[in-house]
Design a binder for this molecule. Structure first.
Ligand code: NAP
Length: 313
């Protein structure tokens, strides 16, 4: 039998990301032992019931003890307190990483609690769905998705290579980035689209001239695609907005300018401008499909395509 990549992996947080990691680690035999910890007894019991991991701990410090790799997958606002709680139990030489969607805030919150001799390498798997909790995970979540690792000044090359190999074994392609750039890029490709979706779905919900039943009934047109994003976990997205405030505000300002320009084109009947923009944006989607990051299906309900078991949701 193949030697596992790590003797012991600790998963702190067992929601969508943590549970998907538990599945893929088990499938690929990447750890001798997987210790799972989460904040609430209910979630921990569910993780155990689902057979996620090999041992279950109410206390995160117990889970990380003797672990060679610790993966923190909690809302970014909770990363600092989690790092503080596990700090005394981290094994010298261990790698600590996270899955948080923002990186500057996570680094400033977690770094002060990481003891000397422990390798802290923040990370962000660019893979997700609008679902959360331990039932949401599946082993293929990271397949052919990017995982961005953030080497810090003085990061040990061997530890970085080991973590890269781990994510590749989970199916990901690995890239490295500095934290500022990560937060800016993610603001446009992920954070802004979610904010726009939350906003448009909220606006439709507030409209008095269109009834709620009409919003639901006719949602097969455009609106439905926004509702998928707008169904994402409120805690996670509250934390993302608060933690990546500067980059998000910068992108929102740019977005508002472009929206005003679009509004002007519609008001003045500038069909050429509209046609040019819509042609350019169509090309962007084509490039994403060519890069293998989306399937060329007219139904954006991608769960139905990738995971038939979720098709009814
Ligand atoms: P999730 O499904 O909502 O699970 C969150 C986990 O964190 C649960 O185990 C939860 O524990 C725990 N948790 C919640 N609040 C906490 C707190 N205040 N202190 C300690 N633990 C807490 O979340 P997820 O989707 O796996 O996201 C985890 C991280 O990955 C987030 O930082 C997110 O930004 C990032 N990420 C998410 C996606 C995505 O699409 N979902 C994609 C890439 C990265 P209990 O249930 O026991 O309370």
């Amino acid at each position: 039998m193949r030697q596992p990549m790590f003797e012991k992996i600790a998963l702190v947080g067992i929601g969508l990301i943590g549970s998907s990691l538990a599945h893929v680690i088990a499938r690929e035999g990447l750890a001798g032992h997987v210790a799972v910890s989460t904040r609430s007894p209910g979630t921990l019991a569910r993780a155990r019931e689902l057979g996620l991991g090999d041992s279950w701990h109410e206390n995160a410090a117990d889970a990380v003890s003797e672990a060679d790799l610790v993966i923190v997958s909690v809302p970014v606002g909770a990363s600092g307190p989690v790092a503080e709680a596990i700090s005394p139990s981290l094994k010298p030489g261990a790698i600590v990483t996270d899955a948080g969607s923002t990186k500057k805030s996570v680094i400033s919150d977690m770094s002060p609690h990481i003891p000397d001799g422990v390798h802290f390498i923040p990370g962000h798997p660019i893979a997700g769905t609008e679902r959360s909790g331990p039932d949401a995970g599946f082993a293929d979540l990271f397949e052919n998705r990017w995982c961005i690792l953030i080497p810090l000044p003085g990061t040990d090359a061997g530890a970085l290579e080991k973590l890269s190999n781990f994510w590749q074994a989970c199916g990901s392609n690995v890239d490295t980035m500095d934290p500022d750039h990560h937060d800016l890029v993610l603001a446009i490709v992920s954070h802004l689209p979610h904010i726009i979706a939350y906003n448009i779905v909220g606006t439709a919900d507030d409209l008095e001239s269109v009834t709620k039943s009409e919003v639901i009934k006719y949602s097969a047109s455009g609106f439905r695609d926004f509702t998928r994003l707008a169904a994402s976990d409120p805690t996670m997205w509250r934390d993302v907005c608060l933690s990546n405030k500067d980059a998000i505000l910068e992108m929102l300002a740019r977005f508002s300018e472009d929206l005003s320009s679009l509004q002007r084109a519609i008001r003045w009947g500038d069909g050429e401008k509209l046609f040019d923009l819509f042609t350019r944006t169509r090309e962007v989607r084509r490039s994403i499909i060519e890069a293998g990051q989306e399937t060329d299906t007219p139904d954006f309900g991608r769960q139905a395509v990738l995971h038939p078991e979720h098709a009814k949701d």
